[in-house]
Design a protein around this ligand. Structure first.
Ligand SMILES: [Zn+2]
Length: 882
């Protein structure tokens, strides 16, 4: 996230399909540097003082979007002869500063407030510094307000501190390597509610229709975790172990609380027990807000979530895991990130890698080992597809922005922790985590603190493991071949590590389980690989039916292992572990024209007991194409799981030869009992440009459904269809006052139709000034897609305005480049990086990976995101495919 941190769980419009918000975009284009990109400080600062308490008093001029504040810092100096105290402060007007009750001289520059001390003091002196200020923050503090077009919008104020934005609304020490207790004293209209860190101490009348809320966080936290949410919210109050566990959602959304948050108490119990460290704070609040620029943010005891993650009660059952991925991710940060906090952004994996790992642990616990294994298999593929990450270690100080390598600090780090768990075994691993959390409770850490805790508690030396996986880059790329020696009754296996050894990438020492199956049964052979080239021999009574290298896919790696179609078919049918069967499905998907492969895939699509393998088989059949494959895909239409039927319907979009399919898809669009499947059918109709599709889409655009799922899909499908006749109605839907999710869908589609129509172009250009950031962002993309040079100047104006939250400038730059050089977009998502399947990363490799599908821009973004983000995204849109 080029700049905006962090919890980059990006999100769809509420229950809609489609647009990724800015986090995803930042992930997608994080490599593009530019003047708008804030340079997060990679190295921790040296400190002049130790902040002990920050008493923050805030009032607002809501209409003017202004904050009037006073912050009183209690601190102890750490340096001899200190003459001034520096605070991070951006864009705020400082009205006065007092030190120990006396007016003090102060000065400001663009990033700091300097408060003079009367005399050079000694280290260890305690001071109280009171600062009065006001301002209209561009970042850090956000006002979401009704306007003429959206008069029902609940009023909301929310903050977002990570990485370095607390300084936009509080003059404060704003780097993770200091922790302070806080008081948040906030005066708001009496009918509002507020949420902040820690315990609610009081709510008092403040006159003139106002109330003052006082929150106290009595255990120290890093200042990027300070949070305030205030406004018009519905709430539901629960308890867990005698602490309040409350849920708040924008006013009017109360029916979404139960489907979204129901499993929170069970999750708190699971994490507390599994880690052996009781949930550490005085309460746990989760508050969903509108227009949040992230998916979620783990503010200590007061998580903020995007309201887009809230589940509509009528759609909740269409989603396997609901918002659990997001909720469990943020919750696990309450231990990893909040209780124990990275000292600098370079070690951010200690926050994010653990949160990623823990979310999959919840998935394993609640949804079963197969779901977790499948999630990890997809995460491996997602990481390998982001090639720019390969050479870069998880811990690196070489970045201009802490989110530049999000795919390493989230996805890869989560997988590395899983490998560490495998290495140590569950008992030792979780005992080590408990020791790490207890030994560093309420403190800052670097990676060395984790290594030390592991070695102290397990007596296992993990230096080499960390050297290879955390401080080194890359992952092993194996080339494997076997021959069977019938006379010796042995399988000879040759293994090469083919990754280029240079820079931060070396050879890996990894344990691997080889499983050899013959007619007599399966034998397992654990081996350890460490050299560029090694050979092994395994006993086998007869020629093997199947050899698995790294059974169960435990190691982050890619493998080139040539097998016969019969071996792949056997693997698809018989392999015990989901990842091995999924690998086989991907491999067979490259075997066009092989009837046995198609038959086996059809069988798996219909009957594999795990839904993810059925999805992979359907996807492989879609890739193969042809009449026989189509039969297999059609069988998927009767799958019990909507997220599998949806994939079948999506694949049917590729079978353009069958003239009867249009009617079938139109029928599904009208009557499948899952909205997500109906929506997918509309998209497929558009994509395959079925005859009469426009009529079906126009009808669907008039159909009411929860969260407008159907109408939104119809508008998006009009873009996929590319029929210029759609332009007038799409233009109707972009107007202010229409639901946001429909506006963005219509804008997306206007990127693809009537490209020569100047009226459409100029309407879109005007939307660059829309007050809603999501609308502006959608418009930026649509203009890039249209490619009309008339948009360049307006785009540059927007970029230069500085009025773009969260590094959206990166996205604008990207789209300008696309207009100037239409081929640039192609290069950005070069074929090899597109998510056709996971073939690159797993055991398939039937030669050059052929990308069969021109993916639209959203899918390109997905390709760049780490798997976890992608998964949440899909869950929220009630999608299921990898
Ligand atoms: Zn996170």
């Amino acid at each position: 996230m080029a700049e905006e941190p962090k919890d980059r769980f990006l999100s769809q419009r509420r229950n809609g399909w489609g647009r990724l918000t800015v986090m995803a975009l930042l992930l997608a284009f994080g490599t593009v540097a530019g003047p708008w990109a804030r340079a997060d400080e990679p190295f921790a600062r040296s400190r002049d003082y130790d902040l002990q308490n920050a008493r923050i008093e805030l009032r607002f001029d809501v209409e003017q979007r202004r904050v009037m504040g006073q912050v009183t810092h209690t601190l102890t100096t750490l340096k001899e002869g200190l003459r001034e105290l520096d605070f991070d402060s951006v864009g705020l007007t400082i009205l006065s500063a007092k030190v120990d009750g006396k007016d003090a001289h102060f000065s400001t520059d663009s990033t700091k407030l300097h408060v003079d001390l009367e005399r050079a003091g000694k280290a260890g002196e305690k001071h109280e510094v009171a600062i009065r200020y006001q301002g209209s923050p561009k970042k850090g503090l956000h006002f979401i307000l009704p306007n003429k077009s959206y008069s029902a919008q609940p009023k909301e104020i929310w903050t977002q501190g990570e990485a370095e934005e607390t300084r936009y609304y509080i003059p404060i020490y704003d780097y993770p390597n200091d922790k302070t207790t806080t008081e948040m004293i906030v005066t708001v209209p009496r009918e509002w509610v507020t949420v902040s860190n820690g315990k609610l101490e009081s709510v008092a009348e403040a006159g003139q229709g106002m109330k003052t809320w006082t929150w106290r966080q009595s255990q120290p936290i890093s200042t990027y975790l300070i949070s305030l949410v205030a406004g018009e919210f519905d709430e539901s109050k629960k308890n867990w172990h005698n602490i309040p566990v409350d849920y708040r959602v924008p006013r009017g959304e109360a029916e979404r609380i139960e489907p979204t948050f129901a499993r929170t108490p069970e999750m708190l119990s699971f994490f507390s027990e599994r880690l052996g460290v009781l949930y550490p704070w005085e309460k746990y609040d989760q508050t969903a807000v509108d227009q949040f620029t992230l998916g979620g943010m783990e503010n200590a005891s007061a998580t903020t979530l995007t309201a887009r993650s809230l589940l509509h009660p009528m759609l909740a059952h269409e989603s396997l895991e609901g918002a659990d991925g997001l909720i469990s991710h943020e919750m696990s940060h309450q231990w990893f990130g909040d209780l124990v906090t990275t000292k600098d952004w370079a070690n951010l994996w200690l926050n994010e890698g653990f949160a990623t790992f823990m979310a999959t642990l919840w998935e394993e616990h609640h949804y079963g080992a197969d779901n977790a294994a499948y999630a990890r298999w997809r995460a491996q593929g997602a990481w390998f597809r982001q090639r720019r990450l390969f050479d870069v270690p998880i811990v690196t100080h070489e970045f201009s922005n802490s989110m530049q390598y999000a795919g390493n600090i989230y996805g890869k780090a989560g997988l590395v922790l899983q490998m560490l768990r495998e290495k140590l075994g569950d008992d030792a691993f979780f005992h080590a985590l408990q020791h790490y959390l207890e030994a560093n409770r309420l403190q800052n850490v670097a990676t060395a603190d984790l290594v030390k805790a592991i070695e102290e508690s397990t007596h296992v030396d993990v230096d080499r493991f960390f050297e290879e996986w955390i401080y080194g880059g890359g992952a092993p790329r194996f080339s494997v071949s076997t021959i069977y020696d019938a006379s010796a009754k042995q399988v000879h296996m040759e293994v090469k590590q083919t990754q280029e050894v240079r820079g931060h990438v070396g050879l890996f020492e990894v344990p691997v389980e080889v499983a050899v199956t013959t007619a007599a049964g399966t034998k397992s052979f654990p081996i350890t690989l460490s050299k560029a080239e090694e050979t092994f021999s395994f006993e086998a009574e007869s020629e093997p039916l199947l050899v698995l290298f790294d059974k169960g896919d435990k190691i982050l790696k890619s493998v080139e292992f040539h097998k016969t179609p019969a071996e792949w078919i056997y693997q698809l049918q018989r392999a015990e572990d989901v990842p091995d069967r999924a690998d086989a499905a991907v491999a067979l998907g490259d075997m066009k024209g092989n009837d046995a492969a198609i038959a086996a895939l059809g069988e798996a699509a219909a009957h594999d007991h795990f839904w993810g393998v059925r999805v992979q088989a359907l996807t492989a059949l879609g890739k193969i194409g042809g009449t026989e494959a189509e039969k297999g895909v059609l069988a998927g239409l009767s799958d019990a799981e909507p997220w599998v039927r949806e994939v079948a319907v999506e694949q049917l979009g590729k079978f353009s030869a069958d003239s009867g399919l249009g009617a079938r898809l139109a029928e599904i669009a009208g009557k499948d009992n899952a909205y997500r499947v109906r929506a997918a059918a509309l998209m497929s109709l558009g994509q395959r440009k079925s005859e009469g599709a426009m009529g079906t889409l126009e009808g669907a655009a008039k159909t009411d459904s929860p969260d407008d799922v159907i109408r939104r899909a119809a508008l998006r499908a009009m873009g996929a269809l590319g029929d210029d006749k759609a332009a007038p109605q799409l233009l109707d839907w972009v107007e202010p006052g229409k639901p946001m999710r429909l506006r963005t869908a219509a804008i997306d589609s206007l990127g693809k139709v009537a490209k020569k129509d100047e009226a459409v172009e100029s309407r879109l250009i005007a939307l660059l000034n829309d007050p809603d950031f999501d609308i502006r962002l959608a418009t930026v993309y649509a203009l890039g897609e249209r490619g009309d040079p008339a948009a360049i100047e307006p785009l540059e104006t927007l970029r230069n305005s500085g009025d773009i939250p969260s590094g959206g400038g990166l996205v604008i730059e990207q789209q300008i480049a696309r207009i100037k050089n239409p081929r640039a977009g192609e290069d950005q998502a070069s074929a090899a990086e597109r998510p056709a399947n996971r073939g690159q990363a797993s055991g398939t490799q039937q030669g050059g990976e052929q990308i069969v599908q021109r993916l639209d821009k959203i899918e390109q973004n997905l390709a760049e995101m780490n798997e976890r983000l992608k998964k949440i995204e899909q869950q929220q849109a009630a999608r299921a495919t990898p």
